[in-house]
Every structure is written in structure tokens, then in C-alpha cells.
Design a protein around this ligand. Structure first.
Ligand SMILES: Cc1cc2nc3c(=O)[nH]c(=O)nc-3n(C[C@H](O)[C@H](O)[C@H](O)COP(=O)(O)OP(=O)(O)OC[C@H]3O[C@@H](n4cnc5c(N)ncnc54)[C@H](O)[C@@H]3O)c2cc1C
Ligand code: FES
Ligand code: FES
Length: 1299
């Protein structure tokens, strides 16, 4: 096993390279665990452990003797068993460059292009790009987009990453000429057509500074591995603690082993088995690894019939071979291949496709396999083999799948190969998933029709569906009836499909009506495709992107993040005797704990102790504002995921295995309150219920021409920071002292709550934060529960204890954005002027109060002046894990309801929505419902600029024309403003100047990717009048700056900036006499002179926001210091048949005052916007009616990926808008832009409105958030949706409920 390739001595870039011989590889260990824990190579990150985020990407290189080639591939280290890497070279991010030696161009460019914020995703993205360049030093833009399909980033919004890496592409046609006039849209954008934009754009980075990429300088494949790989295969056996791994050397040996051990599990890519073992509690004591057996890797062309692929051929290789055929052969012969290629394009990410095998996909027998429906519809031939026997099977005669994930293979049988035929015309495949890229299907299908020569008489037809039953199914009843291919047949086929493709209303996966509609809609698409092909018609165009302004300083840690040297909490080297902790959580939503049995758990090797409530030496009561929670549940649990205890053991694997073995018995309690509707029915609310009222509602409604009522539900959101919650607690041995390294936004709260639980003064606890891999509010308060438990465990065992939550645990226990339900009554004039609003908000807070406030009420107006208004906010107490702060913190939900009623008003009046919005916009000097005067009001300017930049009126005309010409796709356009109030309390800073002139800066804020430390260095640099290179920030800690506010509410630059400024000013004053004495001297001279004069070169600074404070009772005072403003225009296209949508264009104008750092601010705007796109169009948390969370990882919970950014995205910062209320006239930027993503939601609603008009439906209609394909499809009511009405509520138990 080689960790990375040897570097020839002559090479200039010296990389860390080492050969490691591992004789006792543990079959259960993944490459990621091996790298991080055994080799202490922490550059490769753990984000999900299920192949869904790409944070763990490394490059694996192998010599393939059958192809006589070295193949370099990006691979997910979290799924790669260490045993599968025999004779492979592994290159990690540390292996390609480092700050200490020299960074690689791939690392340099992502850093300098501002493509790294929190940096936790960066090493994975670097390695995906590196692997691509190793194979293709001058890729096309589409190659880059494809390479990143398996990588997620939660911070940047992706555009800067693509911008940086665009510089590696071929200069011409780099996007495949999909731009205007055949040029590359990545380069030209819109500028070509429109001339210079009204806002001139400064470049955020200078590509001429970049090191060139020189492929000849790359590290080579180790020659010793090459010669080893050329030797004949021999059987390998690895024996682990509970598992054995055998790699047979030949087919004969494999069949012999399978005959001897029929229960043995075959593993090729481990992308399915790995997940079963990690997350589905499956265990396979014997693994057979046939990845290197020639017959299973062969590819054989059978001249007229098709191509035979060995079962272990990877999906990447399958794609490459089919591509070759498609390019070579006439199109009609390769329709099946093209359909497979289309499916493969949306199949997982590159890292998965590089290792996953065709056989693995077929044999998994997943009902939502993407390939099986295609193979079935195409009538592929499977060859099965056992010792001495061959068995042939044609898939169009039915499947080999007998039931959910079970095949009819005999235990001793294996799949040898699959033969994929050339096309029998016509063939199509479709996949509908919540997210286009790297997502599992909702419904997936393959469809094949063959006509008798020269006629429309059907000779043969196969319609095969995944996602409609527990296996892939053929619609045989329907196809039996399909004789003549015409409109009449279409109508009949739809009716037959409706009857044949039924689903129980409680079917797993939910979305029953939608899935049924899809079977018809997708068939209709197939019908149209065939008709088009028959009529020999062609297809349309492509699109454009980008535009940014501002001038930048790179995020100070960006390069370290790109090389993997940046240290996150779990990267801290292990302490001697360190132990690991795993949580034990409740499986019941509401119950008394009767007993806890740890017998089996304590028998797991390496287990040291079980920690429960009685081990807490101090108080078990906890909570950020009110102590209404327990650190560890003592008598009662109030949600699934409630933390009951924890196992402490020698390794993560042992701790997690033991935690699963703890048995808890419960006495279940009523009522179980999961949804907002449950809470309303049970009047389960936290107090106080707040109301804000201004004007006279009765009078307002009387003055109105019309009154309408409406509702909207806004789903919650998971933070999905790439780095999950992590704590390392180190007891200091005396006086109860403890040092905690935590991934938290709130050092002070962590310190206080740990001290409370341990029963020691806060002064004995130090909490330290170097950086976080993202926080977004999720680590403001909820992180304290884990850190307190880890601290209690460390206190109990008197040893260092660490825990980094697995993604599924993190999603289960930590809560997220509050789901909201809004109900409104609005009165308005005929011209759309709103006169009165009565609105009620219900938020789902979960099982504790946490930070649940009535913030939505302070945003119920968004940017609209409502003369008479009343808003009431209920906070629902439910049996869900406590929801918490998340970027915007109730504000986006408050504004979303406002946009819903204003949209309804426009639809009701039959007026353009933008006209009604503009008519109701506030003006400078007007007052909000909470009586705050709007000063320095810039919405009108943002609105005008955004209209201008987006070319709104021309765009609208184009949309209208498009909609007239297209029945089954529609476009929509929307402009949305936002006003976001900024306020927070106080901050501190501590600045030391050392005698060599270097400055150590500490402040109360934590760095989570937002660039706070970079901005603070900028503030200090300007104030002290020294270069920023002299200033260093090491970390945030409670022993340097105490009692700080959490880094939250967007205000950290404002608060800490002022505190840093104050501290620096103090120091500057102290140095002034020495500057005056020696005006020609340097900084170091003045510092030295002051030092010898016994001047204190350390100062602290403090700042509190003035005049803050609001009283709900009297509706007086100032809840906010000032407001940030912005406007966005978005255009989308929806597919009315499937509900998919494309984000075609977004223009944003954001007022961030006088930007401290435009590069960072634009990064925040784009990152927030994309998080908003996730919130309003994609991300859906799904719970059972008993509060069990189904969506516990990137496999089921989809955050936006690279492919979701608008094809054209323009971000501008409003010029000449200084803000006198914050440091150097800047403004807060973290949260305010998030809501602008509502422009995408309302553009979708606009497109749906156009689709509904085709069915004669006009006027307001309800569309809940997020606008998922299911909701879009269901809202586009037509003849197909009528065939599949939703099941009657109350007549069945749904698979999931909307909370
Ligand atoms: C992040 C992620 C995304 C995914 N996305 C998709 C997707 O978009 N669409 C989709 O369809 N699937 C998807 N999958 C599922 C999975 O990747 C595929 O099913 C893949 O093809 C499995 O191949 P493998 O080689 O990794 O299988 P393995 O995990 O190695 O094996 C899977 C099963 O096949 C059996 N098997 C393998 N080879 C043979 C053989 N020759 N004979 C008999 N049995 C055999 C194994 O015993 C095992 O039961 C995804 C998985 C992950 C982790
Ligand atoms: S950690 Fe491997 S893909 Fe997420
Ligand atoms: S920078 Fe990508 S996840 Fe934070």
C-alpha cells in the first residue's frame, strides 16, 4: 500500500511521500479511517461517511495489466475498504503540495479565486480537480462540472470554485460551445450581447498570478507497484477482528469459494455494501472481492448483437466504452447506449462511478436502481455462473429480482456478465429525483418501442419503472394493450398505466400522487420523443452566466485549507490514552425510560464506560436562555434522538458498535405532538405568545376593495455544515480544570454550560476554537449539548475524550431551521395597494425552547408599508429535537409569508406581481410595524439597479413569448426585495504587540468560513497602520476574551470589528510618543522603544451596540441597529410533466454598506443565496408520524450541488451606500442575502401560474416551500394529474408527515 506516489528527486515541488506496508489490514477499516487515525493524515475530511459529500476524496492510481495502463481516479475514501487497495497508490491532498513547501496550482487557484470559505470541503474538491487534471490536463468546462458532481460545499455557492478552475480549461469552446454564437458561456457570459454592464465589474482575482500547470512535473506512479501489478494474481486473505476478506485470484477460485461459503458476500465498489454495514446494521463476516478477476472485467463486442460487460466493470468504464460507440456508430444503433449514458450522467458522483460496478447495481436489486429499468426495457442478457454451471437470463422477460433488494440468484451463483444490445428503435430513459445531480430517483424508467417496418404498428414495447414497487417492474398489462402508436393509444395507455402503476397511500417514500402522475407524465414524454424522432425534428439552445464586482483580500486560511493543513477540531492529534465517545439516543418520541441495559455494550472490546445522567457531577439542567433541557435524559425522553447516554471506548468503531448494543426499554406516553397542526390541535405552545399591532385593522379592512385569505407552510432546513459537531475534552488533572477544543460558534456558552454540568467555576474551564467547517447557526447553541456530554465523560474517566458526530447522528440530534406555518388575511385596493394585514405565524420549535423567539414577526412586512397590521407568533412545543438558529433565524420565514400574500394580491388583481410589489415598497423615513424609522433606506436604489442589470422588461417579454410557444415547459420571472434587521449585543478583543513587532490579535468571534478573522486583521491593519502580514490570529478562546456573544446574527464583524478597533486605538495612542520622537523610524523601532520604556503593549477593547432594546408589550424601542437591503431577480424554467426546474438567471444587488472586503462579501452573498435556493426549492426534511427522521445524510437530504447554481448569476454590491452605524461604514452580510433566493421560488410560482392558465386555472393558489418537483408537478394541474388524485386524508397512515 502506497500512500502517495514517489517524487523523483529532480522535481521542484517537494511533496510528502511515503511507502507504507500494512500486513494486517483490518477488513472493516475504510481508507479514510486509516488515513486519519492510523497515519494522522488529517487533510482528507470526514463529512458524511456515505459517499455523498466528497470531503474525503483522494486519488487512487492503479496499473491495469489487461489495459496496460495506469488509471488515476477520484475515490471516496470513506467507502473504500483498506483491503481493496492492494497494489494501489493513494494520493491525498497532503501529497500534492503544502504551504510549507510549495502549493499545487489546483490548491493555489481555489484559494486565490475565493473558492474556500470554511475550507472543510476544499481538500475533497482539490483532489477531484487534481484527479481530473491527471487524466486530462486541459479539460472542458463540462468535464469539470462532471468531476464535481460528487462534491458538496455549503458555504461558497460554488461559482468562485468554478471560476478559479475555469482557468485550467481550453481557451476555446470550453463549455462545449453552449454559449452564445458557439462561444463558451463560462467566459463570455452576457457581456458579448449587452456591452458593458451598468455596474462595471472588477476582477476578484488575477489569473496572471497563477502558477502554470505543468503535467510533466506531476509525481509518477511508483515503479515498484508497477512491477508488482504485472505479476500473476495470487489469492489474498486479510483476517480482522470479526471479519475476513478474501481476494480470489481467478474465476475458478471465486466459484470454488462461493460453493464452499455460499453466504459469503461479494464486494466490488463497496458503495452499497459499505452503506449497509455502516448505516443499516448489516454485518458480513466473509467478503469475497472479485474486482481484479479478468473474466469479470472483460468487455467483448459481439458484432451485431451488442456488447458484453463483465460484472465488475465500473460505471466509469461502462460510460467510456458506450461513449466511444455512440461517437462511432449511427445514432439509431445506439439509442440504448445513449439512454444508459443519460442515466449515468445523473448517477451518483464521479467518485462513486469510478468504483461502483455494473454487477453491483444489478445485484443490489434496488427498486430505484437507475440501470435496471434500462436493462429490462432493453432486454439485456445476464450470464450467471456457479461452480460447473452457467445460467442465461433475459431481463425483458421479467427481472431476477424477487422482492425488495433480493434476487433469485442461488447462494452459490454469481453474476458473470451482462450483454447490452444495440438499439431496437425507439429507446429512452428518464430519471426524476429531487435534485438533478447525485441523487436517488423518485421514479426512474426505461422505455422501448419497436414498430413493424414502415408503420406505426407496435411490434414490441417495454415500459419498465423503478420507484413504483418494491422491485423494478414492467408495465405488462398496459403494453399488451398498445397496438397502434397514435393519440388514441396515448389516452388509453395513460388510463391503463393509472390502473397498473398503483401505490398504497402509505407506500414508503411518500409522494404517492406525484409518483403515480410521473409514470404517466414520463410515458407522455417518451411518446413526444418518439413522435419527434419520427418527424425527425431537432432540439434547442444553451445559456450564460456570471458577473461580480469588488476587489479582494483572500481568506487568510484559504491556501492552508486547500492543502489540507488547516486544522479543524477532529484534526487535533490524539492525546495519549485518549478515548472516543458515541451517543446513545432515544428511539421513542415521548416516553418514560423504564430501564437501560448495557450488558451487551460493555462486552464489546475496548469499552471503558457508559455515561448517563447520574454521572453528571453538577447540574443536569441546561439550555442557552432557559434551562429547560437535560444534558442527558434522566426519566423521560421527549423526541426521537433525545440523548440518553454515551459509550466511551478505545476507538470510534468500538464506541459506535457498543452504543448500538445499549438496550433501553420505554413506557410510551401520549400525546405525541410532531407537526405544527398537532401543536395547534393540542394548544402546545411555549409562552409568551407575541403580538405586534399598529393602526386599526377594522378600519384597514373597511377601506379595502378586496380581502383574501391564504396559507403557506415553509419546511425546515438542516444546517449541513460539512464538518459535523465535534468536541475534544482534556481534563487538566487539578482543581477540576478542563480544556475543551470545540467546533462551536459560542465559546462562552460552551464554557458556562460545561462548568455548570461539572459543578466547577467557569474560570476552571477553557474553551478553544481554531476554526469550524461551517456553522450557519447550527453550532451556536446545540453544540453545547455534545460538548457538555464529552466533558462529563472526560471528567468521569479522567482521560481525554473525543467525539465527532457521524452525519446521521448530527442530523438526528442537533435540530435545524424552524418549519413555519403562516395564515393571513389581507385587505387591498383594486390597484394592489395593501391596506390591512392580519397574519399569524406558527413555528415548530421542538422539545425545548432553545433560541426560539418571535423574530418572524419583525419581518412580517418584509419591505412593504402596511398601514394597518397585526402579527401574532406562536412557538409550538413538539416532540422533535429542538430547532435552533439558522442563517436568518426566522426572518426568511417571516418574509416568505409576506411574499406569499403580496403574490396572492397581484394574482387576485390580475396585475403583474412586480408592479404590486413596487407599489407597496417602503419609502425613506417611513415606519415599520414595530415603529422603527427607516433611515438610509436603499431598497429603491437596489430595486432600480436590479431591474436594470437583469434587463427585467426584455426578459419578461421573452418569458411571455416562450410560454406562448411551449405547452409542457414554462418559464417564470420574479423580483424580490429584502430588508434584514441587524442587532446584537457586545464583543471584546485583546491585542498583544510583541517585541519583534508582530501582533497577536484575539477577539470574541469564531471563524467558520465567513472570513471574520480576515476582516478583523484588515481592521487591525488599517487602525495600527501596519501591513496585515504582521498580524496573526491563532484561535478564539475563553481565557483571552471572556463573556463574548456567540458569533451569530451577522453582526460579528460589526461588534468585534469595533472592539478590535478600540483595542488598536489604545495601543496606537501608547505608541504615539515614540512615533513622534522618531518619525522616520519603523514600526519595530517604536515598539522596541516603548517596550524599553515599560509601556504596556497589550490592550483590550470592548464594544456594545448603542440604543438597542425593544418591548413587545408597548411596541416601542429599537429591535435593530440598522437594516441591510437587497433585491434579486430570477428566471426559471419548469418541466410541467415532471416538476423539475432549471435556474436560468439570477441578478442580485446587495447593499453591504462600504464593503470591508468585497471578495468575502460576495462570497457571503452567493453562499447565502444558494443556501436559500436549497431552503426554498430543494431541501426537505422528512419525518414519520412518530417523529422519526428519515433524511439523515446526503443520500436522502439534498443540499444544492454544483449543477444547481443559476446558469447565469450576477452579483453586485450597491455602490456609495456607506453605513454610519458600523465599522468603517460597512454592513452585515451573512444572513441578509439568504432570503433573495425567494426570487427563485416566486419565479417557479410564476411559471406554474402560466402552466395552470393552460388548464383554465387563474387566480391565487397555494404553493408551499420548498418548491420540490412533487409540489411543482402537483400544482401544474392538467389531465394527467386528474387521473391520479391524492389519497383522501385521514383514510391512511402516510409514510411521512409535514412538520
Ligand atoms: C453516494 C451514492 C450514490 C448512489 N447513487 C446511485 C444512483 O444515482 N443510482 C443508482 O442506481 N444507484 C446509486 N447508488 C447505489 C450504488 O452505487 C450502485 O448500486 C452501485 O452500482 C453498486 O456497485 P458496487 O460495485 O459498489 O456494489 P457493492 O457494494 O460492491 O455490491 C453491491 C451488491 O452487489 C453484489 N454483487 C456485486 N457483484 C456481484 C456479482 N458479480 N455477482 C453477484 N453479486 C454481486 C454484492 O454482493 C452486493 O450485494 C449510489 C450509492 C452511493 C453510496
Ligand atoms: S465523507 Fe466520504 S463522501 Fe462524505
Ligand atoms: S467552503 Fe465548502 S463547505 Fe465550507
Amino acid at each position: 500500500f502506497h500512500r502517495c506516489e514517489k517524487t523523483p528527486p529532480a522535481q521542484p515541488r517537494s511533496v510528502f511521500s511515503i511507502q507504507i506496508v500494512e500486513k494486517n489490514a483490518e477488513p472493516e477499516m475504510t481508507l479514510l479511517t486509516y488515513l486519519r487515525r492510523k497515519l494522522c493524515l488529517t487533510g482528507t475530511k470526514l463529512g458524511c461517511a456515505e459517499g455523498g459529500c466528497g470531503a474525503c476524496t483522494v486519488m487512487v492510481s492503479r496499473f491495469h495489466s489487461n489495459r496496460n495502463a495506469i488509471v488515476h481516479q477520484a475515490v471516496n475514501a470513506c467507502l473504500a475498504p483498506i483491503c481493496s487497495l492492494h497494489h494501489c497508490a493513494v494520493t491525498t491532498v497532503e501529497g500534492i503540495g503544502s504551504v510549507a513547501s510549495k502549493v499545487h496550482p489546483v490548491q493555489e487557484r481555489i484559494a486565490k479565486a475565493h473558492g474556500s470559505q470554511c475550507g472543510f470541503c476544499t481538500p475533497g474538491i482539490v483532489m477531484s480537480m487534481y484527479a481530473l487534471l491527471r487524466n486530462n490536463p486541459q479539460p472542458m468546462m463540462r468535464d469539470i462540472e462532471e468531476a464535481f458532481q460528487g462534491n458538496l460545499c455549503r458555504c461558497t455557492g460554488y461559482r468562485p470554485i468554478l471560476e478559479g478552475y475555469k482557468t485550467f480549461t481550453k481557451k476555446e469552446g470550453c463549455c462545449g460551445s453552449r454559449g452564445k454564437a458557439g462561444a463558451c458561456y463560462m467566459i463570455t457570459g452576457q457581456k458579448e450581447e449587452k456591452g458593458d454592464s451598468t455596474n462595471s465589474v472588477q476582477q476578484l482575482f488575477d489569473p496572471s498570478e497563477f502558477m502554470p500547470l505543468d503535467p510533466t512535473q506531476e509525481i509518477i506512479f511508483p515503479p515498484e507497484l508497477m512491477s508488482l501489478s504485472k505479476q500473476p494474481l495470487r489469492e489474498l486473505r486479510f483476517i480482522g477482528e470479526r471479519m475476513q476478506w478474501i481476494q480470489p485470484s481467478s474465476l475458478k477460485e471465486l466459484l470454488q469459494l462461493k460453493a464452499e461459503y455460499p453466504a459469503a458476500k461479494l464486494v466490488v465498489g463497496n458503495t452499497e455494501v459499505g452503506i449497509e454495514m455502516k448505516y443499516k446494521n448489516q454485518f458480513y463476516p466473509l467478503i469475497l472481492a472479485p474486482a481484479f478477476i479478468d473474466e469479470l472485467n472483460s468487455i467483448h463486442h459481439k458484432c451485431t448483437l451488442g456488447i458484453v460487460f463483465g460484472a465488475s466493470v465500473t460505471l466509469t468504464l461502462l460510460g467510456n466504452v458506450l461513449h466511444g460507440e455512440v461517437n462511432k456508430l449511427p445514432s439509431y444503433k445506439t439509442e440504448v447506449f445513449q439512454a444508459i449514458l443519460r442515466q449515468l450522467h445523473w448517477f451518483a458522483g464521479q467518485q462513486i462511478r469510478n468504483v461502483a460496478a455494473i454487477g453491483g447495481n444489478i445485484m443490489t436489486a434496488s427498486p430505484i436502481s437507475d440501470l435496471n429499468p434500462v436493462f429490462m426495457a432493453a432486454g439485456c442478457k445476464l450470464t450467471l455462473m456457479s461452480k460447473g454451471k452457467i445460467n442465461i437470463f433475459f431481463l425483458n422477460l421479467g427481472s431476477k429480482v424477487v422482492c425488495y433488494r433480493k434476487t433469485a440468484l442461488k447462494p452459490e451463483e454469481i453474476l458473470l456478465s451482462i450483454e447490452i444490445p444495440y438499439t431496437r428503435k425507439y429507446f429512452s430513459a428518464f430519471k426524476q429525483s429531487p435534485r438533478k445531480e447525485d441523487d436517488i430517483a423518485i421514479v426512474t424508467c426505461g422505455m422501448n418501442v419497436v414498430f413493424w417496418e414502415g408503420s406505426n404498428i407496435v411490434q414490441d414495447i417495454q415500459l419498465s419503472y423503478g420507484g413504483m414497487a418494491s422491485t423494478t417492474v414492467l408495465a405488462t398489462t398496459t403494453t399488451c394493450e398498445m397496438l397502434l402508436w397514435d393519440e388514441e393509444m396515448l389516452q388509453d395507455a395513460c388510463s391503463y398505466l393509472t390502473e397498473e402503476m398503483t401505490l398504497s397511500p402509505s407506500a414508503p417514500g411518500g409522494m404517492v400522487a406525484y409518483r403515480r402522475t410521473l409514470t404517466i407524465s414520463l410515458f407522455f414524454k417518451f411518446f413526444l420523443t418518439v413522435q419527434h424522432k419520427l418527424a425527425q425534428e431537432a432540439v434547442p439552445p444553451g445559456q450564460n452566466m456570471d458577473d461580480v464586482i469588488g476587489r479582494p483580500i483572500m481568506h487568510l486560511s484559504a491556501v492552508k485549507q486547500a492543502t489540507g493543513e488547516a486544522v479543524y477540531c477532529d484534526d487535533i492529534p490524539c492525546y495519549k490514552n485518549e478515548l472516543y465517545l458515541a451517543l446513545v439516543t432515544s428511539t421513542k418520541p415521548h416516553a418514560y425510560i423504564k430501564s437501560i441495559d448495557t450488558t451487551d455494550a460493555m462486552a464489546v472490546p475496548g469499552v471503558v464506560t457508559f455515561v448517563c445522567a447520574k454521572d453528571i457531577p453538577g447540574s443536569n439542567k441546561t439550555g442557552p436562555v432557559v434551562y429547560d433541557e437535560t444534558v442527558l435524559a434522566d426519566e423521560k425522553v421527549t423526541c426521537v434522538g433525545h440523548i440518553v447516554g454515551a459509550i466511551v471506548a478505545d476507538t470510534p468503531a468500538h464506541a459506535q458498535r457498543a452504543a448500538k448494543a445499549v438496550r433501553i426499554s420505554y413506557q410510551e406516553l401520549q400525546a405525541v405532538i410532531i407537526t405544527i397542526q398537532d401543536a395547534i390541535a393540542n394548544e402546545s405552545f411555549y409562552q409568551p405568545t407575541r403580538t405586534i399591532e399598529r393602526g386599526d385593522l377594522t378600519q384597514g379592512f373597511q377601506e379595502s376593495d378586496n380581502i383574501l385569505q391564504g396559507e403557506i407552510h415553509i419546511g425546515g432546513q438542516e444546517h449541513f455544515y460539512l464538518e459535523t459537531n465535534c468536541t475534544l475534552a482534556v481534563p487538566r488533572g487539578e482543581d477540576g480544570e478542563m480544556e475543551l477544543f470545540v467546533s462551536t460558534q459560542s465559546t462562552a456558552k460552551t464554557q458556562a454550560l460545561v462548568a455548570k454540568a461539572l459543578g466547577v467555576p467557569a474560570s476552571h474551564i477553557v474553551c478553544r476554537v481554531k476554526r469550524m467547517g461551517g456553522g450557519f447557526g447550527g453550532k451556536e447553541t446545540r453544540s453545547t449539548i455534545l460538548s457538555t456530554i464529552v466533558a462529563v465523560a472526560a471528567h468521569k474517566v479522567k482521560r481525554a475524550v473525543r467525539c465527532m458526530l457521524d452525519r446521521d447522528e448530527d442530523m438526528l440530534v442537533s435540530g435545524g431551521r424552524h418549519p413555519f406555518f403562516g395564515r393571513y388575511k389581507v385587505g387591498f385596493k383594486k390597484n394592489g395597494k395593501v391596506m390591512a394585514l392580519d397574519v399569524t405565524y406558527y413555528s415548530n420549535a421542538g422539545n425545548s425552547m432553545d433560541l426560539s423567539l418571535s423574530r418572524a414577526l419583525l419581518h412580517m412586512d418584509n419591505c412593504y408599508n402596511i398601514p394597518h397590521v397585526r402579527g401574532t407568533g406562536y412557538i409550538c412545543r413538539t416532540n422533535l429535537p429542538s430547532n435552533t438558529a439558522f442563517r436568518g433565524f426566522g426572518g426568511p420565514q417571516g418574509m416568505m409569508v409576506a411574499e406569499s400574500w403580496i403574490n396572492d394580491v397581484a394574482l387576485s388583481c390580475g396585475l403583474p406581481a412586480e408592479q404590486v410589489r413596487e407599489l407597496n415598497l417602503y419609502k425613506q423615513g417611513e415606519y415599520t410595524p414595530f415603529n422603527q424609522c427607516l433611515e438610509q433606506f436603499t431598497i429603491d436604489r437596489c430595486w432600480r439597479e436590479c431591474m436594470n442589470i437583469s434587463d427585467f422588461h426584455q426578459r419578461k417579454a421573452n418569458v411571455e413569448l416562450y410560454n406562448k410557444q411551449h405547452r409542457w415547459t414554462k418559464r417564470g420571472l420574479s423580483i424580490i426585495p429584502t430588508k434584514f434587521g441587524i442587532s446584537f449585543t457586545a464583543a471584546g478583543a485583546l491585542v498583544h504587540i510583541y517585541t519583534d513587532g508582530s501582533v497577536l490579535l484575539t477577539h470574541g468571534g469564531t471563524e467558520m468560513g465567513q472570513g471574520l478573522h480576515t476582516k478583523m486583521v484588515q481592521v487591525a491593519s488599517r487602525t495600527l497602520e501596519i501591513p496585515s502580514t504582521k498580524i496573526f490570529i491563532s484561535e478564539t478562546s475563553t481565557n483571552t476574551v471572556p463573556n463574548t456573544s456567540p458569533t451569530a446574527a451577522s453582526a460579528s464583524s460589526d461588534l468585534n470589528g469595533m472592539a478590535v478597533y478600540n483595542a488598536c486605538k489604545t495601543l496606537l495612542q501608547r505608541l504615539e510618543p515614540y512615533k513622534a520622537k522618531n518619525p522616520k523610524g519603523f514600526w519595530e523601532d517604536w515598539v522596541t522603544a516603548a517596550y524599553f520604556d515599560r509601556v504596556n503593549l497589550s490592550a483590550n477593547g470592548f464594544y456594545k451596540t448603542p440604543d438597542l432594546g425593544y418591548d413587545f408589550e408597548t411596541n416601542s424601542g429599537h429591535p435593530f441597529n440598522y437594516f441591510s437591503y437587497g433585491v434579486a431577480v430570477s428566471e426559471v424554467e419548469i418541466d410541467c410533466l415532471t416538476g423539475s426546474h432549471k435556474n436560468l438567471h439570477t441578478s442580485i444587488v446587495m447593499d453591504v454598506g462600504k464593503s470591508l472586503n468585497p471578495a468575502l462579501d460576495i462570497g457571503q452573498v452567493e453562499g447565502a443565496f444558494m443556501q436559500g435556493v436549497g431552503l426554498f426549492t430543494l431541501e426537505e426534511l422528512r419525518y414519520s408520524s412518530q417523529g422519526y427522521l428519515y433524511t439523515r445524510g446526503p443520500g436522502m437530504y439534498k443540499i444544492p450541488a454544483f449543477g444547481d447554481i443559476p446558469t447565469e448569476l450576477k452579483v453586485s454590491l450597491l455602490r456609495d451606500a456607506p453605513n454610519e452605524k458600523a465599522i468603517f461604514s460597512s454592513k452585515a452580510v451573512g444572513e441578509p442575502p439568504l432570503f433573495l433566493a425567494a426570487s427563485v421560488f416566486y419565479a417557479i410560482k410564476d411559471a406554474i401560474t402560466a402552466a395552470r392558465a393552460e388548464s383554465g386555472l387563474i387566480g391565487p393558489f397555494r404553493l408551499d416551500s420548498p418548491a420540490t418537483p412533487e409540489r411543482i408537478r402537483n400544482a401544474c394541474e392538467d389531465k394527467f394529474t386528474k387521473l391520479c388524485p391524492p389519497p383522501e386524508p385521514g383514510t391512511y397512515t402516510p409514510w411521512d408527515v409535514r412538520v
